[in-house]
Design a protein around this ligand. Structure first.
Ligand SMILES: C[S@@+](CC[C@H](N)C(=O)[O-])C[C@H]1O[C@@H](n2cnc3c(N)ncnc32)[C@H](O)[C@@H]1O
Length: 194
C-alpha cells in the first residue's frame, strides 16, 4: 500500500465552512482537494492501492484525520470531493474512527499519531521537501508514505522534528503546488512498478 499524508495547519474542521462554498476561505480546502484528486484519481479509474490521509488542523475542532481508500463502493467523483469532505466532517463522532462512506473515514487524530501508527506497521515515510534527496535516487519500498504540506508548509517546530525522523525527499528545484508534487510522486511509483 502507498500513502500520502497531506497536512494542513489551517484546513477547516467544520462541515459547515465547506458547505458555505468558499473553499479558499475554509483554510484552503481547495488545495487539499486538488492534492487528493492527484493522489487517488486516474482518467476513468481510481488508484485503489493508494490511501490518502488529510490532516486538518484548522478551527473549530482540530485535529481531524480524514482517510480515503477508494473501493468499488466508494461514492466519489472528481466533481464533488468537497461534498464528501463536508459530509465526513459533519458525521464525525468523538471517540471513534467512523466509516461514513465505504473507504472514507473520519476521526480525531494528529499528524504525529498518524505517522507513528504507519511507522509501527513498517511503512517507510518520506517527507516531501524542496531540500532533500532526489526522489529519483532513493530506494522506495512497496509499503511507503509521502508526507506533504499545504501552501503554508509545516509549522517550524514540527518541521525540524519531522526532518530528523523522516527522510526528506525533493521532486525538483522549485517550490511546486502540493498537487503537482503528488502527481510527480505517483508517476515515479508508476514508472518503478511500485
Ligand atoms: C506549495 S508548497 C509549500 C510552500 C510553503 N510556503 C513552504 O515553504 O513550505 C506545498 C508542499 O509541497 C511540497 N513541495 C513543494 N515543492 C517541493 C519540492 N521541490 N520537492 C518536494 N516537495 C515539495 C512540500 O511538502 C510543501 O509543504
Amino acid at each position: 500500500m502507498k500513502h500520502f499524508i497531506y497536512y494542513s495547519a489551517s484546513g477547516t474542521t467544520s462541515g459547515k465552512a465547506i458547505s458555505d462554498g468558499n473553499l479558499m476561505k475554509a483554510g484552503r480546502i481547495d488545495i487539499a482537494i486538488h492534492s487528493l484528486i492527484q493522489g487517488l484519481f486516474l482518467s476513468h479509474d481510481f488508484r485503489k492501492d493508494v490511501t490518502f490521509h488529510l490532516i486538518l488542523n484548522g478551527m473549530p475542532d482540530p485535529p481531524k484525520h480524514i482517510e480515503i481508500l477508494v473501493n468499488d463502493d466508494t461514492p466519489i467523483s472528481k466533481k464533488d470531493v468537497a461534498t464528501i469532505m463536508k459530509k465526513l466532517l459533519y458525521k464525525y463522532k468523538p471517540g471513534e474512527k467512523k466509516e461514513v462512506f465505504p473507504g472514507c473515514f473520519v476521526e480525531k487524530k494528529s499528524v504525529m499519531r498518524v505517522i507513528d501508527e504507519l511507522m509501527a506497521k513498517d511503512v517507510e515515510i518520506f517527507m516531501l521537501d524542496k531540500k532533500g534527496e532526489s526522489l529519483r535516487d532513493i530506494e522506495i519500498p512497496d509499503e511507503c508514505a509521502f508526507l506533504l504540506g499545504d501552501h503554508e508548509g509545516f509549522p517550524k517546530k514540527e518541521e525540524k522534528y519531522l526532518r530528523k525522523i523522516l527522510t526528506p525527499v525533493t521532486v525538483g528545484p522549485h517550490i511546486y503546488f502540493a498537487s503537482q508534487v503528488v502527481a510527480v510522486v505517483n508517476n515515479e511509483l508508476d514508472v518503478r512498478g511500485i
